[in-house]
Design a protein around this ligand. Sequence first.
Ligand code: MN
Length: 239
Amino acid sequence: MHTLFISDLHLAPERPQITDQFLHFVSNTAPGAAALYILGDLFEYWVGDDDLEDPLNDTVSRALSALAAAGTPVFLMRGNRDVLIGREFAMRCRATLLEDPVLVNLHGTPTLLTHGDALCTDDVDYQRFRSYARDHENQAKFLAQPLAARREQMLGLRAQSEASKQQKSEAIMDVAPAAVAELLHKHGYPRLIHGHTHRPARHLHSVDGHNCERWVLSDWYETGGYLRCDATGCSALAA
Ligand code: MN
């Protein structure tokens, strides 16, 4: 038995080739896995579960729902881009929404799953925005607006975020080692799997004398990638 992990696909109507690659992955690679975990930023942006006109959302939910119906459970974690994904969309995907972070028993190894943005604590501006965007009252206010207004605001936010990233150093936008150590300590020194930084790698952390493995998932900008884990360990593969 093996389990698959993906994140940071950033699916968007403007990049149909990545959607095709994702659909191919879901219908050819994922079947037979014990589960598929999507650890955030499946979509480039998400304006609400009522955004059903967008054919991309429909196509993606049908593909995931077919995978789940065929026997591979789908677990969905929100990222920073799609933090507004709710129960309705998860239901359409036949997926289980995950809290961030969540500790799972992965083929015998305690493994902590997180999107990863909470670990980028050196980026103070971003953390301030993250708190704002995850506040339930702010979310309710945003979702109460008409779809067109939400889309327009979301596109504005995306442009702002791209512009501010240009001004920031690479180091500030990576996870902070101290935040990683604190999280591993808090959860009993598990293995850690996350995305968000788009810096796929396997790291080893020594925390309080415990050796913890940290896997960073690949983004799907140029080409896709996924992590495959079984009882013997994990390996990063190209999609
Ligand atoms: Mn992200």
